[in-house]
Design a protein around this ligand. Structure first.
Ligand code: BEZ
Length: 410
């Protein structure tokens, strides 16, 4: 075993989207960065669940809608380095029972926020959702809206662009298949030891370890209390070439065996052309650590999605194809949209350590990367990240399935 020791300005642990965005911005600010990733840097082992994410401006909270708006210049900046669009411009529709809420938000509240922030949107009736967008069989009390600024993120391309720019900076060392065994932190900086015995020293550390974030307990005695949903994804064959959709999300009344939240995308050329991705925004399989992941996507979640497509999307063959699953880490406290902060003050050298974890965050990726880099290198950010503070006190031990509606309620 060849053991090595190296020094850097910043160590990033986690080579997923946020870790890469942080490395991209840190190298752009002149820092020498090493990124340690336990798997590879390619698109999540090319799982099709990783190909698309929704970009939407509407939120039920003003501060979240503002954050998406603030992310747009950072997407535009990344776009300059890309050979194809990173965000599609199909727009976003939300529809369904206007009083139902999920962890993504609620239709009426989102419309109130858009009115307050002067974000344009077009209200829709159930009939309009059916006639304009090809859905069918919607209850007549359903309402919705179209917001033209939403669309679909090309996930593999966004990762590729960030990786290429990080490499082109000449200031980054990318280390795949490095699992971190120990982190030591002091006022002077951080020391990270990997399982194969390599040592990395730096003044600053950015931790963006996604669904592994509960492991921060063992690494640094930091308790974030995240629950992890093993979310399934399916594609459905178009019955005719002309069938297509904007990006969409439906909020339905919860039934004993169906959380009633589904979402989907337009046909995209980079992932299963001829098919359209539809997925449930809930998960039957809720875990605390990625090691508890099942090898197969949950067949019950797939069956519910297929039934929804069969009832409401006549342009698609309801046979599920290209099924897969991915892990989403979500703060157990439903009012916490994500964690983004320095390490708690109880950790030695806490302000040398920046932590990002949890949430539906892909739409913010380039902005969150900039914030992580600014916190690490400047010790501050111009953006309001107070809603994402890590609580000083440990949250009371809670049953992860009890607090988040629509996870294990059925
Ligand atoms: C979101 O827009 O944040 C979202 C969409 C689908 C599933 C989960 C989250």
């Amino acid at each position: 075993m060849n053991v090595s020791e190296s020094s850097h300005d910043v160590i990033v642990i986690g080579g997923g989207a946020i870790g890469l965005a942080a490395a991209y911005h840190a190298t752009a600010q002149g820092a020498r960065v090493v990124v340690l990733e336990q798997a590879g840097f390619s698109n999540q082992d090319s799982s099709s669940a990783g190909a698309t994410r929704q970009f939407r401006i509407q939120y039920s909270e003003d501060y979240m809608a503002r954050l998406v708006l603030q992310s747009i210049p950072y997407w535009e900046e990344l776009q300059k380095h890309s050979r194809a669009p990173l965000l599609s411009d199909v727009g976003s529709i939300w529809f369904g029972d206007p009083d139902v809420s999920g962890s993504e938000g609620q239709i009426k509240q989102a419309m109130e926020v858009m009115k307050r922030l002067k974000i344009p949107f077009e209200p829709l009736t159930a009939e309009q959702v059916e006639q304009r967008y090809g859905f069918a069989g919607l209850p007549r009390n359903y309402l919705g809206f179209f917001q033209k600024g939403g669309g679909t993120i090309n996930v593999p391309l966004s990762l590729e662009v960030m990786l290429t720019q990080i490499q082109a900076s000449g200031r980054a060392t990318l280390c795949p298949r490095q699992s971190v065994k120990a982190v030591k932190s002091s006022a002077d900086g951080v020391l990270v030891a990997t399982a194969n015995g390599d040592l990395y020293r730096a003044g600053k550390l950015i931790l963006a370890i996604g669904p592994c974030s509960n492991r921060l307990r063992n690494l640094l005695d930091i308790h974030l209390d995240l629950t992890i949903w093993q979310m399934v994804s399916c594609y459905f064959k178009k019955r005719k070439p002309t069938v297509d959709f904007p990006s969409w999300f439906v909020f339905e009344e919860e039934k004993p065996d169906d959380a009633g939240l589904y979402y989907g995308f337009e046909e995209v050329p980079w992932s299963n052309p001829g098919y359209i991705r539809v997925a449930p925004a809930f998960a039957k399989h809720v875990i605390r650590d990625p090691d508890e992941r099942t090898p197969e996507p949950d067949p019950g979640d797939i069956a519910l999605t297929s039934q929804w497509v069969g009832r409401h999307m006549p342009g698609l063959d309801p046979t599920p194809s290209f099924t897969s699953s991915c892990l989403a880490a979500l703060p157990i406290d439903p009012d916490k949209k994500m964690f983004l902060d320095f390490a708690p003050g109880s950790i030695p050298g806490s302000r040398n350590i920046v932590i990002f974890a949890g949430g539906w965050a892909y739409k913010f990726v380039p902005l969150l990367g900039r914030i992580c880099a600014d916190l690490a290198l400047q010790g501050r950010t111009q953006f309001d990240i107070s809603p994402f503070q890590i609580p000083a006190e440990r949250m009371a031990a809670v049953d992860p399935t009890a607090l988040r509606r629509r996870s294990l309620a059925f």
